[in-house]
Ligand binder design. Structure first.
Ligand SMILES: CC(C)(COP(=O)(O)OP(=O)(O)OC[C@H]1O[C@@H](n2cnc3c(N)ncnc32)[C@H](O)[C@@H]1OP(=O)(O)O)[C@@H](O)C(=O)NCCC(=O)NCCS
Length: 174
């Protein structure tokens, strides 16, 4: 693992937001946003927060607790908000919340949320250490603590992923 200067950054410093109007090309047979496209939006906005936090290249290691709460319709205004909940050694948990904005009623309807783990890497793709997260508000502190619990739950999955990579070997291709 390469050495980089490690400091700390507040949650607010890296928060990211993305807005999308949903077009028919992104819809399924029911005229609702295709789930895979929503996952892409989630990954993209989460990556922006992760990059802002560690100021390095990041790769997506995993996405979990992805809930599709309600459908998103063609023509909807989709708002996605991402915050780095907690940084560990080289990885970060980013929480993403997707909402549909009713511009006339000025309301937001929660449609999906996910926790995405990104790993900061150097130009050769090797994990590098990043800054710590400073949680300032009560809400951020709760999410910070929850992220620690989720990491423990994820540990077995990370180990399984490591074993899969080791079994495939460096020269493995489809
Ligand atoms: C993610 C990746 C960088 C991990 O590299 P690695 O050499 O296995 O490194 P390590 O085992 O030391 O793990 C590095 C960190 O990733 C975390 N990690 C690895 N696999 C994980 C998983 N499945 N879920 C969550 N975190 C994971 C580890 O917990 C560790 O975090 P920490 O440093 O904060 O403790 C590497 O597997 C990779 O490049 N994967 C492909 C990523 C990619 O291409 N994403 C886009 C998909 S198309």
């Amino acid at each position: 693992m390469s050495d980089v200067k490690v400091g700390s950054r507040t949650v607010a410093e890296s928060q990211a937001e993305r807005s999308e109007i949903i077009f028919p090309a992104d819809s399924n047979a029911l005229g609702n946003l295709f789930g895979g496209r929503l996952m892409q939006f989630i990954d993209l906005v989460g990556a922006v927060a992760a990059v802002r936090h560690c100021r390095a290249i990041v790769v997506t290691a995993s996405m979990d607790h992805l809930d599709f709460v309600a459908p998103v319709h063609v023509g909807d205004l989709l708002i996605l908000k991402a915050s780095v909940n907690r940084a560990f050694r080289t990885s970060m948990e980013v929480g993403v919340r997707a909402m549909v904005e009713d511009a006339r009623g000025q309301t937001l309807r929660h449609v999906s949320s996910a926790y995405v783990t990104y790993v900061a890497v150097d130009r050769e793709g090797r994990p590098i250490q990043g800054p710590c997260v400073v949680a300032e508000t009560e809400h951020q502190k709760r999410r910070y603590a929850d992220a620690g619990r989720r990491r423990e739950m994820r540990a077995g999955e990370s180990q399984r992923a490591r074993e899969t990579r080791a079994a495939l070997g460096a020269g493995w291709h489809v």
